[in-house]
Design a protein. Structure first.
Length: 90
């Protein structure tokens, strides 16, 4: 993945994998995660994105399978990532 921003802000030549035609998309239900920047971007029928950025202060999302209903609860804490630069001098 070259961009970790939401699809609406990505360069026009970069599109989510589920926007391309693939016959398997209509034959199977696909549930995926680990894409918090996707946010509420719409997915096609039978494709369900569950990562709504709980670790980044977003929401935790669950899917009730029998009726395909989403349930979301707000994150209780924002986990900020710290980048540490270390210089080794020998």
């Amino acid at each position: 993945m070259h961009h970790k921003i939401e699809p609406k802000k990505a360069p026009s030549f970069i599109k989510p994998w589920f926007t391309f035609h693939n016959p398997i998309f209509s034959e199977y239900n696909i549930i995926f995660g680990h894409w918090s920047s996707l946010g509420d971007y719409p997915t096609p029928k039978n494709i369900y994105g569950l990562d709504t950025g709980c670790c980044w202060g977003g929401q935790l999302t669950a899917l009730q399978w029998d009726n395909k209903k989403f349930f979301k609860v707000n994150s209780l804490k924002y986990f900020k990532t710290h980048i540490i630069h270390i210089t080794i001098v020998s």
